[in-house]
Design a protein around this ligand. Structure first.
Ligand code: URA
Length: 211
């Protein structure tokens, strides 16, 4: 199977804010605010092909048939903990969306993803899932999260990150060629600790100020 496309969100506003986020001396407050702003902008891209249905409405002049999206059919799936930094911005654009959580941590020695939490809304088979994790590094967490999510049989799955490493994209495309990836940048490579370089460091620590 041909892998689904990687969508590079090259909008100048996204690229500008990402550059600011990469700076090592940027404060936690500013980093978090920029991530919020980028997630609003990325929400536009990832929802571009969202299904719509026609409803009958009445303008001040006449009746008409007009399109709406059914936000409740969308579920944002947060990969904890860094994925939660993406959530508020996405919900600003799709306020009716449901939210699922997947808790995974990377074993520091093997870099393999280990699950500790999983909670999705009911009726997943009629929902379009959008998985959120700012960093697609080795891809092990993303692959494990999507594998687990597929057990609930959502209608579709998209994966959104801020930064991707080529290794993570290859891993995702090998295991989940049906899942399109949306990212603001594809960086050079992973370092020996599994960090994206040049990257922006540990996204979770930078969002929550835990370092
Ligand atoms: N997770 C992060 O937060 N940063 C990286 O560079 C890789 C994984």
């Amino acid at each position: 199977m041909e892998p689904a496309p990687v969508h590079l969100v090259s909008h100048p506003l996204v690229q500008h804010k990402l550059t600011l986020m990469r700076e090592k001396d940027r404060s936690t407050n500013s980093f978090r605010r920029l991530l919020h702003e980028i997630s609003v902008l990325m929400a536009y891209e990832v929802t571009r092909e969202m299904p719509m249905r026609m409803v009958e409405i009445e303008t001040p002049l006449e009746k008409m048939s007009s399109p709406v999206i059914d936000g409740r059919k969308t579920v944002f799936v947060v990969i904890m903990r860094a994925g939660s930094g993406f959530l508020d911005g996405m919900l600003e654009v799709v306020p009716g969306a449901r939210v699922g959580h997947i808790g995974l941590y990377r074993d520091p020695k093997t870099l393999v993803a280990v699950e500790y939490y999983f909670k999705m809304p009911h009726g997943m088979h009629e929902r379009d899932a959008i998985v959120l994790d700012p960093m697609l590094a080795t891809g092990n967490s993303a692959v494990a999260a999507v594998e687990r999510l597929k057990e609930t049989q959502p209608k579709s799955i998209r994966f959104v990150c801020l930064l991707a490493a080529p290794e993570g994209i290859a891993n995702m495309q090998r295991h989940h060629p049906d899942v399109p990836i949306y990212t603001a940048a594809i960086d050079r490579q992973l370092d020996s600790h599994g960090y994206i370089v040049p990257g922006l460091g540990d996204a979770g620590d930078r969002i929550f100020g835990t370092k």
